[in-house]
Ligand binder design. Structure first.
Ligand code: SAM
Ligand code: SF4
Ligand code: SF4
Length: 342
């Protein structure tokens, strides 16, 4: 099943909560997501049964990789139960799913072993610096870096592998953390990935001058460590990979701003309340929950037909159009990232 630009549907990112215990300024700035902010009531969220049913239909439509995200997904009560339900899904030819999770790491000390036991194989932890003052300023709730590092260790000890660490780089905010982060994770088996600060949503006050291009991050790394480019590991892979030439592992660069990778973008996103989004920068989603909860609930075949209709009509390529003035339709507002996950 391909979209209008010939891109297959391969990945599904599932947001399981719009809530978070952090207030990263680039995602959920404190001034906007304050005590007055109305998060979704529980009844609006897809239940685990609804998520699993939709995921199984997506799998029948070609999806082979599932990523659980949010908000902070580990805040969703009973997440292990959902992991176990999703881990039981199989591709039409009987293969296991590639099932993973993106987390801020704050709960891993407590939860890593249970997530692994439920069937999670690997995970991605977001961490924007090693200096406690810088990190606490970025998460904006005073969360200590030591607790995230302990969470990463707990995940390694639980056998979750490989573990990736995502660092959003903001010029003048945490770019002094690039080298300390590289030194820390080099040789640890953890793959550090640098993400360009993106203009997601409508609340983070994004400015181009705060984007540190990946080429500059690479240049700074190369001043200390010889690096060799690696080939893409899978079609649609977002990260450009480089290896430490001395065998110290690899790093990745996710360069949505300076090197758009829309050309082979094969990712769909299911929001917390069951809307299907076909781009991280979309303004509108398609309400799949209405099909599940309608007076005459849709059959799997009808759900598959709806998903296929949306995907086959897809023409999104926001990052390629960014700056052209046509990337977002006039008068429309981009969906916030914590509804649809990263
Ligand atoms: N709370 C979890 C976490 O932080 O890992 C999962 C959800 S979070 C929205 C997913 C990813 O999006 C994180 O790695 C985060 O750093 C990234 N992200 C959020 N806002 C971003 C932005 N403006 N630019 C680049 N990456 C962003
Ligand atoms: Fe929360 Fe993740 Fe967004 Fe930070 S990036 S505010 S941890 S959802
Ligand atoms: Fe995919 Fe949209 Fe990102 Fe392009 S901008 S890579 S279409 S999610």
């Amino acid at each position: 099943m391909a979209d209008t630009l010939g891109r297959p549907l391969h990945d599904l990112r599932i947001s399981v909560t719009d809530r978070c215990n952090f207030r990263c300024g680039y995602c959920m700035p404190k001034e906007v997501f304050d005590k007055q902010h109305a998060f979704l009531p529980h009844a609006e969220l897809l239940s685990f049964e609804e998520i699993t049913r939709l995921a199984s239909v997506f799998v029948a439509c070609g999806v082979e990789k599932l990523r659980i995200t949010g908000g902070e997904p580990t805040l969703r009560r009973g997440l292990e139960t959902l992991i176990a339900m999703l881990a039981a899904l199989r591709t039409p030819d009987g293969r296991e799913m590639d099932l993973t999770l993106t987390t801020n790491g704050s709960t891993l000390v407590k939860k890593a072993a249970a997530l692994k036991a439920a069937g999670l194989r690997r995970l991605t932890v977001s961490l924007d610096g090693l200096d406690d003052a810088v990190f606490q300023r970025m998460n904006d709730v005073g969360f200590p870096v030591a607790d995230v590092l302990a969470g990463i260790q707990a995940a390694q000890a639980a056998g979750l592998a490989p573990i990736k660490v995502n660092m959003v780089v903001q010029r003048g905010v945490n770019d002094d953390q690039i080298l300390p982060m590289a030194r820390h994770f080099r040789g640890s088996g953890v793959v550090l990935r640098f993400i360009e600060y993106m203009d997601v949503g409508a609340t983070n006050g994004w400015r181009m001058d705060q984007v540190l291009p990946s080429a500059e991050v690479l240049r700074r790394l190369q001043a200390e460590f010889p690096l060799t480019p690696l080939s893409q590991s899978a079609p649609g892979e977002t990260a450009e990979r480089w290896a430490y030439s001395d065998g110290g592992g690899e790093v990745g660069f996710i360069s949505s701003v300076t090197q758009a990778f829309c050309g082979d973008c094969n990712r769909a996103r299911l929001s917390t309340e069951g809307r299907l989004y076909t781009c991280l920068f979309a303004t509108r989603g398609h309400d799949l929950r209405a099909l599940l909860r309608g007076a005459a609930p849709a059959s799997d075949a009808e759900l598959a037909g709806a998903i296929a209709g949306v995907w086959q009509g897809r023409s999104d390529r926001y990052s390629q159009l960014r700056g052209s003035g046509q990337a977002t339709p006039a008068g429309e507002r981009r969906v916030e990232m914590h509804y649809i996950g990263g």
